[in-house]
Design a protein around this ligand. Sequence first.
Ligand SMILES: NC(=O)c1ccc[n+]([C@@H]2O[C@H](COP(=O)([O-])OP(=O)(O)OC[C@H]3O[C@@H](n4cnc5c(N)ncnc54)[C@H](OP(=O)(O)O)[C@@H]3O)[C@@H](O)[C@H]2O)c1
Length: 295
Amino acid sequence: MRRILVTGRGGQLATGLEASLPAQGFEAVLVGQPDFEFDQPETVQAAFAAVRPDAVVNTAAWTAVDAAEDDEPAAFRANALGPALLGRLCGEAGIPLVQISTDYVYDGLGTAPYVETALPNPSSAYGRTKLAGEWAALAACPQTLVLRTAWVYSPVGRNFVRTMLAVGAQRPELRVVNDQHGNPTSAPDLADAIAGVLARVRETGWQASYRGVFHAAGSGHTHWHEFAEAIFAAAAPFGGPRPVVHPVGSHEYPTKAKRPANSRLDTGKLKATFGVELPAWQDGLAQVVKALHAG
Ligand SMILES: NC(=O)c1ccc[n+]([C@@H]2O[C@H](COP(=O)([O-])OP(=O)(O)OC[C@H]3O[C@@H](n4cnc5c(N)ncnc54)[C@H](OP(=O)(O)O)[C@@H]3O)[C@@H](O)[C@H]2O)c1
């Protein structure tokens, strides 16, 4: 197994994989819009035929959570029909498909960290379409490995860390919700973990235990208010802003899509199966803040 097709070229995770896969001896071939477009299935088939991959990592998705409420059919095309097609192509070629999914497949009503056997019950269009994508990929390709991740941020792209630092530089006071709990996940750390998983698959060959759903997210958990405070604390030594961050409840900060209150993920199955564990979320944050200020 050598050549890995990575979809979603311009995205946070794909950018991370561009560095992490070669570090494990893989060749990463990144494809993106407009020449790789789920709304034009022939472009997906053409990319697959041109690259002739040994495995696929599908990071591409409609990730605009609130906007998905206004156009669920379009989100479904990217998040469900896209993985269905990739699953079919990977299944026919007899190669593994790593399908990236989300903590938003859970309703967040549980009080403990979720394990993979918990029943999904998405409360948003984004969550519904991503869950459909998991099922489609698993149904079409025997060698499907679904990785549910959460709260992804990186030195590039649109994410909470960059938004906080930009808004914090403009306003002396911010309000951030403190009643949604989850695992902040650095895209570079997640990319390293995916490369580690693929290295294990290369080493052992495909095993029956690799098929199915795994949680892959930063170790430890927090809520958005504490995460915001940690971002400003990490950026301060680099001259970053230090606004006052007021905790508020979700009811004071209404959004179009409903978010889970508790989407903390238990990542023990990933460690037990592949020997892969992401660093503590605070360590991932420190690395990304450092990279932001170096760049
Ligand atoms: N961001 C989060 O907080 C978060 C949380 C949980 C799970 N996830 C999941 O993690 C994965 C990676 O997320 P990310 O943060 O790296 O996402 P991202 O930065 O938003 O990148 C997603 C990429 O998908 C591609 N894309 C979007 N619509 C497409 C379409 N119709 N056809 C083909 N490509 C399309 C785009 O890349 P090109 O324009 O280059 O093609 C886009 O850059 C996604 O599957 C996402 O659902 C993310």
